[in-house]
Write a protein that binds this ligand. Sequence first.
Ligand code: ADP
Length: 298
Amino acid sequence: EDAFLNFVYFPLRDADGAVDGIVAFGVDVTEQVRARQVIEAAARQRDVLFQMVSHDLRSPLTTIRGLSQLLQRQLARSAAPDPERLRQGLSTIDAATTRMMRQINELIDLARTEAGQDLTLEREPTDLVALVEEVVSEYRHAASRHRFELELGAVELRGEWDRDRLHRVVSNLVGNAIKYSPDGGTVRISLEAEPAPTAEHAVLRVRDEGIGIPADDIPYIFDRFRRATNAQGIDGTGIGLASVRAIVEQHGGTVDVTSTAGAGSTFTIRVPRLPRERRDQPAGATPAREERARPASS
Ligand code: ADP
């Protein structure tokens, strides 16, 4: 690796004051220069983020405005417009607003985690099998060069999770698997409950046959605004995996990646199915905390 040195030169003078030599001190500033480069790259990625967000929000807005104007014209023309066209138009508007809402929520979360705040999870009973199927169906039309292989195990895998945020996790991983295999290929998604027999964790794996991640970049790809060196020709903001990690860790889980540059990547997330305070307790048992909270004198 290159090093960066800051040199300071001192002239050496002879008795007459003429320069007859030079002393140079080199100070190794490699770390400072690298830190600067990381900060500058993050600033550039932030600009890219603003551009992409504005662009990404504009496209569903265009859909919403176009369709609502169309439906209004149809209503103006006919007292009894075709209910099927109305229904379709409204459902497209609904889908576009959902997409915008998700993007805005992701930005709000990004601002929160940048400010060092925790995400406040909104846990509700959630079926991960249905959620994965939903995400895949949202991507199917946009991924004509890819095959999806689902190994979902059981008919359902339920846990108490923040459904919208887990949707974002799965959507980021599946979206990346497609985006970073530009030549197509198979995207394999598997779900398991581990370990037997308690099945306390859900394990989701998303595997692709794409460009992979250079070994030197792997430690950084979960950091905000960091992108691998081989991702340059592919659009991105570098916030997806940071939000994946924040969400998974907030659920008490972990995220891992194994990858070989040029051969594909596998992302694995493990999330406990219940929040910490509800684990290790048979259903219906009185929480230990309440036991302790009773006065000792009774
Ligand atoms: P981006 O908006 O750049 O896709 P992410 O935070 O989702 O941001 O990912 C960070 C970086 O990790 C990407 O820029 C890319 O270099 C790398 N990466 C993520 N997923 C994959 C994948 N499935 N295959 C190869 N590289 C990936």
